[in-house]
Design a protein around this ligand. Structure first.
Ligand code: ADP
Ligand code: MG
Length: 611
């Protein structure tokens, strides 16, 4: 039996240009993802129009109502009508202009996209005009154009977002989540433009208001007014120019970290971007300074000629592509390391170059808000307390000059493979660091505690894997008193204690006698280690024996290692360096602190201007 070919009607194949309303809705799919994307586009338009004040108000997470009001230069009627046409923009004229856009917008897609999926009312007037214009568009269809009061600037209200795109509406998150996302968008813009004032109102209640900064306020003042006082102490300025680019801004001082990358704001030529590369550079700049799981805060502004970056790779321009990504990484890392090295307290980095030339120099007309009395200033408590305020884990000081040699990993390459090299121990400084000269032309500074910790950690892990950690009987058994629950755990955990090199004996009550202990721990506080091992058992139990051992070995290595502040004789230092050389991963201690810093002969010659 023959199968008839499918019948294809002629009309279904015909290629046609889509009507604008459909094309705009398709574009909206990319540009307008959620209420915060609308706010982002509208605020950008306000800033591009030279606004000195921007007012944002939302209701129900922006799902039902978004309003953005600015005191920018506004639009005449023809322009206002034209602005809703697809690809209508006043910001570029031809492709060549793409290379040197100085405005935030340029694609001419935002207004038509937004208007195609909501009800938009735009009111605007040119400075000095006797009347303004009001335009109403619903679902992309023009409903009304009328005269309005000659307000100073522009007001856009967006109601019922996605009224005609139920699928999108369904995917919106809770009002709380959407509101937070909008707030974040306003914060990003407010950070980039300390020269402009921003007000954010949520469901009728003011969330924050920042005054347009004078010449003095700058970025740090803006950060403080958005995130609360005390940020000055937690941040240090960074600034570096190289490869025809510049980076400036602020990053965490060592010790003030956040539990995620949420407090990393990166701007390229004044535009906020989420850039993996730059974030990576920031985190690497701190290399092992930030403990695992914590990230430094960063407010970084990169400025570079338009030819070095493509900002037109993402519909919402949230990503950028660098012509030379490695140079960017090197610049950012270098800037951070320089700042760590300088450790300069109290310095104020200059405000970013992108700090609103247009906003600051915008039209000098006074701000006449189109809303009732301005709300009071509110501080956001978000960053008030650092997640982890700890001591700077590494002393500031010697960090070599060229970015690449600053890498701990690079510094220690000679320990791993390659031709055998010669090391000679120069001595100990501050009873904490060991100076080592390497024949290849490097000076190494080892942290004696972290280095020893790393050595012990690897050795203990190897022995554990081989079966059992070497132990030694004690002449005088040490006593350890556990809490009731710990005593029960200790009594039930003979096997793991045994493999870790301990022999414990119940002594009565919650007290145990330590009969044998790992050889490396002789002379140390054994009962403290035993308590630590029991807590590792409690913590790591779910992960099985090996997970427990991992935790316990961390504790044993830390307890067993020489301390900072302990005088070492030359033989001990030689032995330490020799053992570190044999480590598989001689870069950091098990907690992520660096073992060594290096400075090359080359660096020294440069520092002393001999080269
Ligand atoms: P783009 O910003 O990419 O040019 P938009 O669709 O966002 O495209 O805006 C279209 C045009 O409308 C802008 O180029 C600008 O001339 C004008 N416009 C939009 N918003 C404002 C505003 N708040 N004040 C003055 N002009 C505006
Ligand atoms: Mg725009």
């Amino acid at each position: 039996m023959e199968i008839a070919p499918p019948v294809v009607s002629q009309t279904s194949c015909a290629v046609r240009i889509l009507p604008d309303t459909v094309a705009n809705q398709i574009a909206a799919g990319e540009v307008v993802e959620r209420p915060s994307s609308v706010v982002k586009e509208l605020v950008e338009n306000s800033l591009d129009a030279g606004a000195r004040r921007v007012y944002v108000s939302i209701r129900h997470g922006g799902k039902s109502f978004i309003e953005v009001v600015d005191d920018g230069w506004g639009m005449g009627r023809d322009d206002a009508m034209m602005a809703f046409e697809r690809h209508a923009t006043s910001k570029i004229r031809d492709a060549a202009d793409l290379q040197c856009v100085t405005t935030l917008g340029f694609r001419g897609e935002a207004l038509p996209s937004i208007a195609s999926v909501s009800r938009v009312t735009l009111s605007t007037a040119r400075g000095g005009a006797s009347a303004g214009s009001e335009i109403v568009i619903e679902g992309g269809v023009l409903k009304e154009v009328r005269d309005s009061a000659p307000i100073k600037g522009t007001r856009i209200q967006v109601r019922d977002l996605f009224l005609n795109v139920p699928a999108r509406r369904k995917f919106l998150r809770s009002e709380q989540t959407e509101s937070t996302s909008v707030e974040e968008v306003v914060i990003r813009q407010a950070l980039a433009r300390p020269g402009a004032g921003f007000t954010f109102i949520r469901d009728g209640r003011p969330v924050f208001e920042t005054e347009p900064g004078g010449a003095g306020e700058g970025l740090l003042g803006r950060i403080a007014s958005l995130f609360g006082d005390g940020m000055e102490e937690r941040l240090m300025p960074v600034r570096r120019e190289a490869f025809g680019m510049r980076v400036s801004g602020f990053v965490s001082r060592p010790g003030y970290y956040k539990s995620s990358g949420e407090a990393q704001y990166v701007y390229i030529n004044g535009r906020f971007v989420r850039d993996r590369l730059v974030n990576l550079a920031v985190n690497e700049g701190f290399h092992s300074l930030a403990p695992k799981g914590l990230r430094p805060m960063a407010f970084l502004f990169l400025d570079m000629p338009g030819g070095m970056v493509d900002v037109n790779v993402h519909p919402a321009k949230l990503e950028a592509r660098f012509v030379d990504g490695r140079a960017v990484v090197s610049l950012v890392k270098g800037a951070i390391l320089e700042a760590l090295m300088a450790g300069n307290r109290g310095g104020e980095a200059p405000a970013p170059a992108a700090a609103a030339p247009s906003a600051a120099n915008g039209p000098a007309h006074g701000w006449a808000p189109h809303f009732n009395s301005p709300p009071p200033m509110v501080h956001r408590p978000a960053f008030a307390e650092p997640v982890a305020a700890m001591e700077a884990p590494v002393e500031r000081g010697l960090t070599p000059q060229t970015p690449d040699s600053r890498d701990v990993a690079a510094a220690l390459k000679m320990f791993t493979g390659g031709a055998p090299r010669e090391f000679s121990v120069v001595g100990q400084v501050f009873k904490t660091f060991i100076l080592v000269e390497e024949a290849g032309g490097q000076l190494l500074l080892l942290d004696q505690h972290t280095a020893h910790e790393r050595i012990l950690h690897e050795r203990l892990t190897r022995k554990y894997r081989e079966g059992r950690i070497e132990s030694q009987d004690l002449l005088f058994p040490a006593e350890v008193r556990f809490s009731r629950s710990d005593a029960r755990i200790a009594a039930e955990s003979r096997e793991i204690f045994d493999r870790l090199g301990f022999v414990l004996e119940e002594f009565g009550g919650d007290t145990f006698a330590i009969r044998s202990a790992p050889s490396i721990l002789m002379g140390k506080d054994l009962s403290a280690v035993a308590v630590g091992v029991v807590s590792s058992i409690a913590v790591g139990r779910e992960g099985g024996l090996d997970r427990v051992a991992e935790e316990a070995i961390n504790i044993m290595a830390c307890r067993g290692a020489v301390k900072a502040g302990q005088r070492l004789d030359p033989r001990e230092m030689e032995a330490l360096v020799a053992q570190l050389k044999d480590c598989a991963l001689p870069y950091t201690c098990p907690h992520g602190r660096p073992v060594a810093l290096s400075i090359t002969q080359e660096d020294l010659l440069k520092l002393f201007l001999r080269k």
